[in-house]
Each structure stands twice: as structure tokens, then as C-alpha cells.
Design a protein around this ligand. Structure first.
Ligand code: SAH
Length: 395
């Protein structure tokens, strides 16, 4: 029999509503002395089964819920089935499993597998565990992934700070199979991108921006394009391929720029310039020198990890947009990406309104976009929605 986590009175509603995170404040008591990582039943104050999850006394999330059916245990077959459901979205519905493709196979809560992200890069998979319960089950997860996706190798990537948050020691390492080759590349919308999945940022590539890069590239024919926070060249190289007359990519990471330059060569796009610089500083210098662009892409990293950091994050976005407006020629296009989950689309739009009014310009939002469809949002855990991308015309 599983141990039980009993909720305080009147605290069961979110979990009957299938939200997967149980914080300590909702819990009255724990019965049966579960070890961290063990399966537990979440029970209402009145004694009714609510859901089944994995326990972790060391995490701020004491129980992560995976299943709402009383008769279904969280065993090998359960995790295999959940992963198979995630794979079906990418393969059968989205048809992303083309040769050498890169796509997100499993996106944590969004695929009802809290604490687990799996990306595919050609014949290799990366796995990220952000919860102890699933990290402890890595062998069964690796077995299921091998069976479902037949990769050549599976590599574990760890996010900084997770060990402490969850009380689990994890290190980047090959979990199974062959190490990825140094020149691993994926095919995306008719282009190729090198992916360093052992050392690159995130798990090697920003898969979530795939469709946004294509949407922007369609608008870049004959335009002067600035790709701020370019990483391995994504938006800028798409723009060049889309016929841009001039492309400048800016990033502060030399390894990222090395990849970007190699990606330019790989795609035979030799007219692209990449600069190693701090974007805030460099955009200021471009303004001072009177440079103008027809398209400015802003794709900064996450600026806030918690609510306390949101006001400073908004200041950062505001500054970037003020600079971008100064660089944009009349009828220019502004691409505003924001991957800070705590800042909503409406906040970003409000910020655009304020900044354009201050600059005495007009701005029309022409496309409101999100991440590519392999980054879905479970409707009962909308916190997983994070990426916003607004394409606007500036008058
Ligand atoms: N647009 C990219 C993804 C960008 S990720 C794509 O389509 O793939 C964010 C990038 O911002 C990272 O490459 C990081 O190195 C860079 N970065 C973070 N802070 C920076 C700063 N202040 N100036 C320049 N680059 C920065």
C-alpha cells in the first residue's frame, strides 16, 4: 500500500482540478513514512483519493502528481505510456519526425510528466530531470525512450541549481549508448543547425523558436536585419536565407557565436556578420552611430525566475525596446520575444504601448505568437506557457 499525503480541509480543489504541484502549505500530515521519490496517494481531508504522485520532502513541491485514476500505479508501464502519449503528439499529429529533425519529445507538466524534459536532435536524445522522483526512475525512463525512439545515444543535461532545489545529485553525462559527434546537426525548415548538446545552452538549441524564425524570415526579403541575442544564429540565418539585404547578429557568448559562424558556412550564407557584445551596450552604440534597420529581433534570455525579479526584468525589456525603436526605420518590423513565464502577453503589449508612446511612434501588432507546437500547455497547468513572440510594425 502506498503512503498517504493528507490535505488540509478545503485545500483539495486545485488537485481535483488536476494541478500537479502540492506545496507544503496544503498538507496536513503524511502517513506511512514515504522516502523521497516514493509513490504516494494524495487524499482529501475527508479521506477521498485525489491523485497519485511522487513525494519529495526536500523540494518546495512536496508531491508532484502524475495520475488521477485510483487503480493505476506509477510503475514502468505507466511512465512508458505517458512517454508514448507525448511521442504520439510529435509524430502522429505534428509529423515532426522527419530525418535529422530536432524537436521536444516531452515537456514536463505539459505532457503530464512533471520534472522531465526530453529533446531529440537527430539520432540523439537529451533528458533533463528537474524532479528527484523522475530522476530516481531514470533507468526505466531510458528503457522506454530507447524502445519508443530508437536513439543512438541518450545524454543527461542538468539545470543549474536543481540539485539543491530537489535534493538530487545530477551531473551532465551520457546515460546510454554512443556519445554525440562534435558536428551533430539538425535539419530545420530546409536549413541545418549544429547542436552542441553536451555543452550548448539549454539542451543545445532553442527548439521553441522554430516557427517564429520561419514567420520572421518570410518578412525579411530585401531588409536590413538586426538579430539581438542571436545564440547560434537562428533568426539571423533564417532572415539571410529569406533574402535579407544585410544581417547583423549580436550575442555575448563566444561559443554561441562560433556555432553561429559555422552555421552560416553550413548553410552557405556568407554575408552575415556576428558580433560578440553585450546587447544593451551594442545597441546603444549602433544608435549613436546612426545605424538603421528594417527588422529588429529581440530574443533575450529569461530575465526573472521569481516574482521579486519581475520589476527589474520589465526594466530590461523596456530598455531593449527603447533602443530597438531608435534603430528601426519607418515601417520597420519589431520582433519582441519574451521567455519569462512570469511576464504575460498582456504585460508585454502594455510595455510596447508605453515605450512607443514615449518615443512618439505608432506600433501595430501584426502577429501574436507562442512557442512551436511541440511545446504545448496542459490546460490544468498553464504556468508552463512561457514564450511570447510579438511581430509588430512600427510607423
Ligand atoms: N535567438 C536565439 C536564442 C537566444 S537565447 C535562437 O533563435 O536560437 C538568448 C541568448 O542571449 C543566449 O545566446 C545568450 O548568450 C545571450 N545573452 C544573454 N545576455 C546577453 C547580453 N546581455 N548581451 C548579449 N547576449 C546575451
Amino acid at each position: 500500500m502506498s503512503a498517504k499525503v493528507i490535505l488540509r480541509a478545503k485545500r483539495a480543489q486545485p488537485f481535483f482540478g488536476r494541478h500537479p504541484w502540492v506545496f507544503p502549505g496544503a498538507i496536513e500530515r503524511v502517513e506511512g513514512a514515504p522516502a523521497d521519490g516514493d509513490e504516494v496517494d494524495l487524499v482529501s481531508h475527508g479521506g477521498n483519493f485525489v491523485a497519485r504522485g511522487l513525494y519529495n520532502s526536500q523540494s518546495k513541491i512536496n508531491v508532484r502528481l502524475y495520475c488521477w485514476e485510483p487503480a493505476v500505479p506509477l510503475d514502468r508501464a505507466f511512465f512508458r505510456e505517458r512517454l508514448s502519449t507525448a511521442v504520439r503528439l510529435r509524430h502522429d499529429v505534428l509529423k515532426l519526425n522527419t530525418p535529422d529533425a530536432g524537436y521536444r519529445v516531452c515537456f514536463s507538466e505539459s505532457d503530464y510528466l512533471s520534472g522531465m524534459v526530453v529533446d531529440r536532435y537527430g539520432d540523439w536524445l537529451t533528458v533533463q530531470f528537474t524532479a528527484l522522483g523522475v530522476a530516481n526512475r531514470r533507468e526505466m525512463i531510458v528503457d522506454a525512450l530507447r524502445e519508443l525512439l530508437e536513439p543512438k545515444g541518450i545524454y543527461l543535461r542538468t539545470e543549474k541549481g536543481i540539485g539543491k532545489l530537489e535534493g538530487v545529485e545530477l551531473h551532465d553525462q551520457l546515460l546510454w549508448g554512443e556519445s554525440p559527434p562534435a558536428d551533430l546537426s539538425i535539419a530545420e525548415n530546409g536549413m541545418r543547425f549544429l547542436v552542441n548538446l553536451t555543452e550548448g545552452q539549454k539542451t543545445g538549441y532553442y527548439l521553441d523558436q522554430r516557427d517564429n524564425r520561419a514567420a520572421v524570415a518570410r518578412l525579411c526579403g530585401g531588409k536590413r536585419v538586426l538579430d539581438a541575442f542571436c545564440y547560434s544564429g537562428g533568426f539571423g540565418l533564417y532572415a539571410a536565407k529569406g533574402g535579407a539585404s544585410e544581417v547583423l547578429g549580436v550575442d555575448a557568448s563566444e561559443p554561441a557565436l562560433e556555432l553561429a559562424r559555422k552555421n552560416a558556412t553550413l548553410n552557405e550564407l556568407n554575408d552575415v556578420t556576428f558580433e560578440n557584445a553585450d546587447v544593451f551596450k551594442h545597441l546603444g552604440e549602433l544608435v549613436a552611430s546612426g545605424r538603421q534597420f528594417d527588422v529588429v529581433v529581440l530574443d533575450p534570455p529569461k530575465f526573472a525566475r521569481n516574482r521579486a525579479a519581475v520589476p527589474d526584468a520589465l526594466k530590461g525589456y523596456r530598455r531593449l525596446h527603447q533602443l530597438a525603436l531608435k534603430l528601426l526605420a519607418k515601417d520597420g518590423l519589431l520582433v519582441s520575444c519574451c521567455c519569462t513565464g512570469l511576464i504575460a502577453m498582456t504585460d508585454l503589449e502594455e510595455l510596447l504601448a508605453q515605450v512607443t508612446v514615449e518615443a512618439r511612434r505608432d506600433l501595430q501588432i501584426v502577429e501574436r505568437r507562442g512557442p512551436a507546437a511541440d511545446h504545448p500547455v496542459a490546460v490544468t497547468c498553464r504556468e508552463s506557457g512561457y514564450l511570447k513572440c510579438l511581430i509588430s510594425r512600427v510607423l
